[in-house]
Design a protein around this ligand. Structure first.
Ligand SMILES: Cc1ncc(C[n+]2csc(CCOP(=O)(O)OP(=O)(O)O)c2C)c(N)n1
Length: 564
């Protein structure tokens, strides 16, 4: 049967099981919107900005493990997606972005609403396509989903000229995908796995350093099994929060710039580091040539180019974490030296517990001011750790990482690599769409929330009951913190004298608004807000001078932490 390219597009999505598309229409994709009209299988959610649409697809992917989908028009529609695509790229999140394009004949002619999105997005996509014929659409779309979700996941862009969407072809969805030159390696080399086990068991001060790759590979259960079998202390990156239960005594918390004292001391004194699905980001390593000076490093990653990129690695293992960790668990079960290893490393664990006791995460309470850390603690207490938390970027993000305990993967969604303000609200909407029964909370800053506040209208239109808690310090808190510490307190352009009344703003959008101005009110206002139906903003007036500690100054070694 002959169908138009637009009909083929929608049919392919339906046949591939896509349930939700976050998008925004325009001239180049009008035929797709026509085909979507009254379509029953694929649900389209109209966002208010294309950046919001991509972050929603991203939040949907992070919360569910499925691939998120986004559809936009050519030109400004496409360029508005770039920040969201780069955000997903940096954090290896599987999304597919479909953009309309001007007709093939006009490409390169400075046509109305033309932008070379394939060229623009090349450095921040895992792969991208310009589709030239309608008959290619099913194959290309199937490939796009395959590439986005396999190997090291990432965003894929498919650009579709208008004439391709209008022309006709027969609909044939290929059974198999075969992309030349793309063959991810899932199985870790058994010999390398054995070397890693030997190195690990010969250590006296081992530490596991776990990143977002553990969550992406759904390997949390395997990581927990191995870590517990060998009693290995473990620290996670911001992206790895929830990969291992934060409340487990073996968990040292987050490491790096705002990591815990014990995690940074552990890494700095370790003799063997087992790095799993983490990429030695500079926010983690601090001054790179003084990072883990005594340690040999085992690095497991599905992406071979991420190994040896930032640090020298002694045992590299390329493979899917699930596979490699299973091999390591099997090896551990067959070895006699495990009991002796646990015995010999017990002193190390005592030392770590001691560090945790002398320098726990803390803050100084104040009588007349609400401490933002206290607000996050209350969110944890009320939700009992069962919420999905998204964040904006800045101090709010760090406090959400430090003072909420994540015991499960896919419960902490944050823009780690790119650090994108405006991520949290749309990501929360995407996560809530993927997980309708869960409580989803965006922990926000008053500046970041204003970057994509318009998506509150999307939440209201579709009845998506996300809760936003604004830690409202009336400043660009994290930047102000740097100015206080490193620019002699010259607060250049970081104080916001004019910010909207967020309660009224919520109401203007058709959502509900609540406010807390005193510490004694915080718990009850949060409870009321979380219990209210539909989207909610809870504005909490917090201490504008509060700082995030510990802090490793940029370029300093991890041991040079500034403490509370
Ligand atoms: C799109 C974007 N622009 C600028 C920055 C730089 N930046 C990082 S944190 C921050 C301040 C955030 O302020 P707010 O949202 O109020 O959060 P707070 O730090 O006060 O919790 C800025 C401007 C960024 N990360 N992203």
């Amino acid at each position: 049967m002959q169908m138009t390219g637009a009909e083929i597009f929608v049919r392919t999505l339906a046949d591939l099981g896509v349930e939700t598309v976050f998008g925004y229409p325009g001239g180049a994709v009008l035929h797709i919107y026509d085909a979507l009209f009254q379509h029953t299988k694929v649900r389209h959610m109209l966002c208010r900005h294309e950046q919001g649409a991509v972050h929603m697809a991203d939040g949907y992917a992070r919360a569910s493990g499925k691939t998120g989908v986004c559809l936009v028009t050519s030109g400004p529609g496409a360029t508005n997606t770039v920040t969201g695509i780069a955000t997903a790229y940096m954090d290896s999140i599987p999304i597919v972005v479909f953009s309309g394009q001007v007709p093939t004949l006009l490409i390169g002619n400075d046509a109305f609403q033309e932008a070379d999105i394939v060229g623009i997005s090349r450095p921040c996509t895992k792969h991208n396509y310009l589709v030239k014929e309608a008959k290619d659409l099913p194959r290309v779309i199937k490939e796009a989903f395959y590439i986005a979700s396999t190997g090291r996941p990432g965003p894929v862009l498919v650009d579709m000229p208008k004439d391709v969407l209008v022309s006709s072809a027969r609909y044939v969805l290929p059974d198999k995908v075969d992309v030349r030159g793309y063959k991810p390696n899932y199985e870790g080399h058994p010999k390398q796995v054995e070397s890693a086990m030997r190195m690990l068991l010969s250590s006296e001060r081992p530490v596991v350093y776990a990143g977002g790759g553990v969550i992406l590979s759904n390997a949390s259960a395997e990581l927990s099994e191995l870590t517990r079998a060998l009693s290995l202390p473990i620290t996670t990156t911001l992206m790895g929060m929830g990969a291992f239960p934060g409340s487990d005594p073996l968990c040292l918390g987050m490491l790096g710039m705002h990591g815990t004292y014990q995690a940074n001391m552990a890494i700095s004194n370790a003799d063997v580091i087992l790095a799993v699905g983490a990429r030695f980001d500079d926010r983690v390593t601090g001054k790179i040539d003084e990072f883990a000076p005594h340690a040999k490093i085992v690095h497991i990653d599905i992406d071979p180019t991420s190994i040896q990129k930032n640090v020298r690695v002694d045992v590299p293992i390329v493979g899917d974490l699930k596979d490699v960790l299973r091999k390591m668990i099997k090896s551990a079960k067959g070895r006699k030296d495990v009991a002796a290893f646990r015995e010999k490393t017990s002193e190390w664990r005592e030392q770590l517990a001691d560090w945790a006791k002398t320098h726990p995460l803390s803050y100084k309470p104040a009588k007349d001011k609400i401490k933002p850390q206290y607000v996050v603690e209350q969110i944890y207490r009320i939700t009992k750790g069962n919420a999905i938390i998204t964040t904006e970027v800045g101090q709010n993000q760090m406090w959400a990482a430090q003072f909420y305990t994540y015991d499960k993967p896919r419960t902490f969604l944050t823009s780690g690599g790119l650090g994108t303000m405006g991520y949290g609200l749309p990501a929360a909407i995407g996560a809530q769409v993927a997980m309708p029964g869960r409580l989803v909370i965006d922990i926000a800053g008053d500046a970041s929330i204003q970057m994509n506040i318009q998506e509150l209208a999307t939440a209201v239109q579709f009845g998506v009951p996300v809760k936003v808690v604004i830690l409202n310090n009336r400043v660009l808190g994290m930047v102000r913190q740097w100015q206080e510490l490193f620019f002699q307190g010259k607060y250049s352009e970081t104080i916001q004298p004019k910010i909207p009344d967020f309660v009224l703003l919520a109401e203007a959008y058709g959502a509900k608004g609540f406010r807390a101005t005193k510490t004694e009110e915080v718990a009850s206002v949060l409870k009321k807000g979380f219990a209210a139906e539909g989207p909610v903003i809870i504005d909490v007036e917090v201490d504008p001078e509060e700082m995030v500690y510990p802090m490793v100054p940029a370029g300093a070694p991890l041991t040079k932490m500034l403490l509370v």
